[in-house]
Ligand binder design. Structure first.
Ligand code: ADP
Ligand code: ZN
Ligand code: ZN
Length: 744
């Protein structure tokens, strides 16, 4: 018996199947999809590998053929479907099969096996009591451990340490003496307690919901023929979640499973509670705040069939369900659905593939679909299903305030008069307010009035942000901090001025203008501790504050029924990002944030403050007109031949020497120019990246545009290979991405 394996070495040169013979004693248990250990290379070091095929014969000469050393898990960690998906990922994202297979595996898989995490009394040591009273110091740490284990029968080592407040060493000593035994035991850690969640009964659907549900759910019928991909375009507060829940219920009743993808930022207790409240312990959750071990446990629970619904960020697409029925991708426009590390997969593309392999249904949901997806839907790739009305039938009333006019009126505060009045009104009515500003810290710009010097990070091409509570200047790129200067470091003048507003300044000004208001702030600085996010969230939900100030953390997916006013302090931040998607991102953000207002009985309103009231992303979010925005945007994309009408390749070269980075990327540019004989591709001259230095590393980018994706990939990677042949790039990091959602 011969096993074909892929080595867990991420290198193009060894990224192919290697043959190994299977020793007789492993023949019975070895299956494709298993992890094994094999000897590799001249000195035969042991390497982890994945069995992709089992066969009878090999071309490798018998004396050269090596043997599989061991099986690692005793079961296949890859299903045939996942192995197929890995091959697709390799080709599509220009990666190695090894990297793709490793990307599919949960973190913590290798970790849990070998760790001795559980202890019990060695049955062989018959003289238990004796052991305590003779051999060990009475009341000493070892004796305490032993007593605890006699009482409990056995315990996880971390619990022993916690209970007794001791270190590892007395446990190790006891094990060495043979009095206790330590071994690895699977202890399933649960990310939540299902019984703590209130039951969430099915709601009576509104007619629009019923119609949408019927159209989608017939695609779950076994005999259904036709499109199995849906774009559910439902305005904010239109009740998309209830539709997801009904679809999942149907899949479960058919003995199938569901994957629900949500952006990490909206994976809030509220989101989880709706699913757990409906399906109780059939639901599992995975996210990056869980430990590797916890994430592995959730993977294991899915694999064993203990759960039928997995909720998580993009990596949850790799959940090893036996019989996948439906994949839901909520807030499909979020850029986090595309990975920024190799393999740079797009989860929507993977969902399409899984649908092709397994017949599962794919539902993308959003109030503000990405231009890319909406365009695909109009071209027949997705069935477009719409929810045009809010559940309460009242879209938020959106007002735009021209901040230029405020200046003329002499208002220099971060709040327009209109927003100030609205906040005061809301406080008087005891209704809740959300204030949104996509910048944390206090002042975003600190400079000297005498000489004009701007305080900026030495290591990054970025201004320092002033943080009021720590009285320090912080670089938001590298995290570097310095004490806030009292005098200008250049001219010594005392006239240091703070400009630009972040969330701390908004908080400060609210406290000044409305001293009695109870205020909460949610941004990176207030949520660094575990659970602080949840605490702020539930505190606001419980009505313990009147005003919630925050960054994009509060923009997405939250459903606070008593919020009736949303203030967007500076709508212009995202318009001027210098990315061709700026308008799209800005429209999405404004619409999503405004959508937090008036979601229940009380009518809601949003006030958008801007210096560009005539910009179309603002005009159409004011009228809440997605289609008009889309028409405008798609026109612009077509005229300039931007995606979805073309594909963009972006190469980012980074390195310590600015000269070398610029030189090397320019050489790539020249190679490309030379090879672009038929001028099929648009090759742009390299430029410094938007942030051209981070932590003393210089960054330059080069963009290539083409209509045909395959041609573009072949061309650019061919040119990079050519460059590598002519130029030593050991001091340069080359980061290449196809159709990235954020241009560096
Ligand atoms: P979306 O995700 O479309 O923004 P949600 O699914 O969060 O909207 O629904 C908005 C609010 O309306 C939620 O509080 C939800 O519980 C409620 N809701 C949804 N459907 C119904 C229904 N059929 N009857 C009553 N309330 C509903
Ligand atoms: Zn100065
Ligand atoms: Zn910095």
């Amino acid at each position: 018996m011969i096993a074909e394996v892929i080595l867990s070495i991420n290198n193009k040169n060894v990224d192919k199947a290697f043959d190994y013979s299977v020793p007789g004693e492993l023949e019975q248990s070895l299956e494709p999809g298993m992890r094994v250990l094999v000897p590799f290379g001249k000195n035969g070091r042991t390497v982890e590998a994945y069995v992709v095929n089992i066969k009878k014969e090999t071309d490798v000469e018998p004396d050269k053929l090596k043997c599989v050393s061991a099986i690692q898990d005793g079961y296949a960690v890859f299903s045939p479907v996942m192995m197929r998906l890995a091959v697709y990922m390799r080709d599509k994202y220009y990666s190695t099969l090894s990297a793709c297979l490793q990307c599919i595996l949960p973190p913590g898989l290798s970790l849990t096996e070998h760790k001795l995490n559980y202890a019990y009394i060695n049955e062989g040591s018959s003289k238990r009591e004796v052991t305590i009273s003779e051999t060990l110091e009475k009341g000493g740490k070892q004796a305490q451990v032993l007593e605890l284990l006699i009482k409990s029968g056995g315990m996880s080592i971390s619990d022993i340490k916690k209970t007794l407040g001791i270190s590892q060493s007395p446990i190790d000593t006891l094990a060495k003496k043979g009095i206790i035994v330590c071994l690895p035991v699977r202890i399933h850690r649960m990310p939540f307690k299902a019984e703590k969640y209130a039951r969430f009964e099915a709601l009576n659907l509104f007619p629009e919901q019923t119609a949408a549900l019927e159209k989608i759910s017939r695609k779950l019928e076994p005999d259904y023929i036709g499109l199995r991909s849906v774009l559910l375009h439902g305005v904010t507060g239109s009740g998309k979640t209830e539709i997801y829940l009904r679809l999942i219920e149907k899949a479960i009743n058919q003995g199938k499973q569901a994957v629900v993808l949500v952006p990490e930022i909206s994976l809030t207790p509220q989101t989880v509670s709706r699913f757990v409240g409906r399906f109780s312990d059939k639901v599992s959750v995975t996210h990056s705040r869980l430990s590797d071990g916890e994430r592995f446990d959730q993977w294991q629970r899915a694999k064993s069939g203990a759960v039928s619904v997995m909720i998580g960020p993009r990596s949850a697409i790799f959940t090893p369900f036996e019989n996948l029925g439906i994949i839901i991708i909520d807030e499909e426009h979020e850029t986090t659905y595309k990975s920024e590390t190799t393999p740079k997969y797009d989860v929507k593309e993977l969902a399409e593939k899984l649908s092709e392999y397994t017949g599962c249904l794919v539902v993308l949901g959003s109030a503000t679909p990405s231009v890319h997806t909406y365009h695909a839907a109009l071209n027949g790739k997705y069935e477009l299903i719409e929810l045009k009305a809010r559940i309460n039938n009242r879209p938020p009333e959106v007002k735009v305030v021209d901040m230029r006019k405020e200046l003329i009126k002499g208002n220099r505060s971060v709040f327009s008069y209109e927003l100030q009045d609205a906040i005061a009104e809301n406080l008087a009515k005891r209704e809740l307010t959300i204030l949104f500003l996509n910048r944390r810290g206090h002042s975003t710009f600190v400079s000297c009035r005498a000489c004009g010097h701007v305080m900026s990070c030495d290591m990054c091409s970025i201004n320092y942000t002033y943080h009021m509570y720590t009285d320090r200047l912080v670089c938001h790129y590298c995290g570097d901090e310095i004490a806030s200067p009292r005098v200008c470091p250049v001219c010594g003048s005392e006239y240091i001025k703070f400009f630009g507003a972040g969330t701390q300044k908004v908080e400060e000004q609210i406290k000044k203008s409305f001293p009695f208001a109870r205020v909460l702030r949610m941004d990176l600085d207030t949520t660094s501790k575990k659970n602080s996010h949840e605490q702020i969230y539930s505190s606001f939900l419980a009505g313990e504050a009147d005003i919630l100030i925050g960054t994009q953390m509060i923009a997405k997916g939250l459903d606070f029924p008593r919020v009736t006013l949303v203030g967007i302090i500076a709508a212009d931040i995202s318009i001027h990002m210098g990315d061709f998607r700026s308008a799209e991102k800005s429209f999405q953000l404004l619409t999503q944030v405004s959508g937090r207002a008036g979601r229940a009985e009380l009518p809601g309103r949003a006030i958008i403050q801007t210096y560009n009231p005539e910009h179309y992303s603002i005009v159409y979010s004011r009228t809440n007109d997605y289609k008009a925005f889309y028409e405008h945007e798609i026109d612009f994309r077509q005229q300039l031949d931007y995606p979805p009408f073309s594909h963009l390749f972006v190469a980012l070269f980074t390195g310590e020497s600015e000269k070398r980075v610029a030189q090397c990327i320019y050489k790539l540019y020249e190679i490309m120019k030379r090879q672009n004989t038929e001028s099929e591709l648009d090759i742009f001259r390299p430029t410094p990246a938007t942030v051209f230095k981070i932590k003393n590393i210089f960054r330059h980018k080069l963009i290539v545009k083409a209509e045909n994706e395959e041609k573009l990939k072949k061309f650019v990677f061919g040119c990079i290979d050519e460059l590598r042949k002519n130029e030593d790039l050991s001091d340069i990091t080359v980061n290449s991405s196809l159709d990235p959602l954020n241009i560096p």
